[in-house]
Design a protein around this ligand. Structure first.
Ligand code: FAD
Length: 470
């Protein structure tokens, strides 16, 4: 092993190979504190050539590599196991903006760039890179692509996958695939870019990406509406899509209980209207004309929705800071929920039309099975993506609840997801957290093809072993 560490130090410099004599907890501990691994070393290359050399050295000694960006993943995919034999390959030092092409509307960046840095680089050229997540101040674009991240703008712009035109990738043999194309059309065989995206570091190490940019909207407005039930929320979505078309860029739904947790734990935030109704909806409109035009469009939409009795009350943000305050309420639900105690999280997707029936049936099932259970339900309704989370009964021991109920609750929820033809992971991925659940819910033939691809591209199984595929 000392030979490997020597080689790695020669490649990236002595100070960029960190060993357990240093505190490695920032790289070994996952964001949700669900698992703490033990690394042989953390290696921090600065260039693609260095990444390729690190991979070649590890491949020669059969050493496993765990690629890591911002370590904000929620499924324990970016930390090593506890064997002390795996290398964490951190992309943090690869954070250069490589090229901007304002006519082709593309931006090429190193994989270790923080998402906010990418958004800022686009904004400086008066352009928009629309990927937006609550973790954008610390997640990296490499991690976003490796997990095919979603976020709040998927309704209009798609997942990370839809926002990437080209990739540069280091293979398990330590070769470099130069795929940084800015082409919108390229039918020259298998699309390896799409294979790498969402592969969670198991097929290759993404070292750079060419990203799609968009014109910035002239104005962005936010509205908050109360709806009598989830069926009405779905009807409001259809109405908004018909009236606003591509200008509808966000559509989030939040249950009364999830908002009551924000009001309880973050009293400095003003949570509008939530006591009046079981569900609230946050809508975002991106307008190409003006703020006044956006305002008018919202007024027409909400007026029609009230007439149709799908909305009972609504407010429209009057300025940017009011709009940001509404988003802050939505984005604070996870934090408020964490302050209420440990909970069981589900990041599921369903056909939008099935969501009201799924929620009614699954809520009733869980309430019947576990007396006093509390359901924290919110999510990106516009994408059919719910964060269907389960909290211990009031005053209960949440640690004990997790230990005794997690498997049972997961099975109850995932069986319901299967019944309604949904997915057990909408945007967070599989990592190690769902690795043993996946085979039960993924099509058997798809799993055979996934294993064949892994075997073909990484026959030594050195890239993120134990993640995605058991
Ligand atoms: P990491 O956590 O470091 O890694 C994630 C996975 O990608 C691991 O399997 C890792 O091995 C692999 N990986 C990382 N970099 C590379 C690379 N360069 N090449 C190959 N593999 C790599 N996710 C959403 O989709 N939508 C949300 O709305 C959302 N909101 C969040 C809110 C909060 C508060 C937090 C903490 C997380 C949220 N996430 C969300 C999850 C997380 O931020 C995303 O999964 C993000 O894309 C991970 O990026 P990262 O750089 O932190 O990756």
């Amino acid at each position: 092993m000392s030979t490997l560490l020597q080689q790695l130090r020669q490649t990236v410099g002595h100070e960029h190979v960190l060993t357990p004599e240093t505190d490695l907890s920032a790289w070994e501990q996952d964001w949700r504190q669900r698992a703490r691994g033990k690394a042989l070393a953390v290696v921090r290359p600065a260039t693609t050539d260095e990444v390729a050399q690190v991979v070649r050295s590890c491949a020669a000694s059969g050493t496993a590599i765990v690629p890591q960006g911002g370590n904000t993943g929620l499924v324990v995919g970016s930390v090593p196991d506890d064997s002390g034999t795996q290398i964490v390959l951190s992309l943090q030092r690869m954070n250069r903006v490589r090229a901007l092409d304002t006519e082709n509307l593309t931006l090429t960046v190193d994989a270790g760039c923080i998402l906010q840095q990418v958004q800022d680089a686009a904004a400086q050229a008066s352009l928009l890179f629309p990927l937006s997540l609550a973790s954008e101040g610390s997640c990296t674009i490499g991690g976003n692509l490796a997990t095919n991240a979603g976020g709040t703008q998927v309704l209009r712009y798609g997942n990370a996958r839809e926002l990437c035109l080209g990739l540069e990738v280091v293979t398990a043999q330590g070769e470099i695939w130069h795929g940084l194309s800015g082409l919108r059309k390229d039918n020259t065989g298998y699309d390896l870019r799409h294979l790498m995206m969402g592969s969670e570091g198991t097929l290759g190490i993404i070292t750079a990406a060419t990203l799609k940019l968009f014109p910035q909207p002239a104005a962005q407005l936010t509205a908050w509406a109360t709806v009598p039930d989830l069926h009405a929320a779905v009807q409001l979505l259809s109405l908004a899509q018909r009236q606003l078309g591509a200008a509808l860029t966000g559509f989030e739904v939040m249950s009364q209980f999830s908002l009551s947790l924000v009001a309880k734990h973050l009293p400095q935030l003003n949570v509008p209207l939530y006591t009046q109704s079981p569900w609230c909806v946050l809508l975002e409109l991106s307008d190409n004309e003006s703020e006044a035009h956006a305002h008018q469009a919202f007024e027409i939409l909400l007026g029609a929705a009230m007439e149709a009795e799908v909305v009972t009350d609504a407010v429209i943000a009057q300025n940017l800071s009011q709009a940001q305050a509404l988003w802050q309420v939505r984005e604070s639900i996870s934090m408020a929920q964490a302050q209420e105690g440990l909970n069981i999280k589900h990041d599921i997707s369903l056909p939008i039309s099935s969501i009201p029936a799924f929620v009614a049936e699954t809520d009733a099932l869980l309430e019947r099975e576990i007396a006093g259970v509390r359901l924290v339900n919110f999510g990106h309704l516009g994408d059919g993506n719910l964060h269907y989370n389960v909290q211990a009964p009031e005053g209960g021991n949440s640690q004990q609840f997790l230990q005794t109920q997690e498997d049972r609750v997961n099975t109850l929820v995932f069986e319901q997801v299967r019944k309604y033809q949904g997915s057990i992971s909408a945007e967070h991925g599989i990592g190690t957290l769902k690795v043993h659940t996946l085979p039960r819910y993924k099509d058997a033939t798809a799993l055979v093809m996934m294993r064949a691809l892994k075997q073909a591209l990484d026959p030594q199984n050195i890239f993120n072993p134990g993640k995605v595929l058991p």
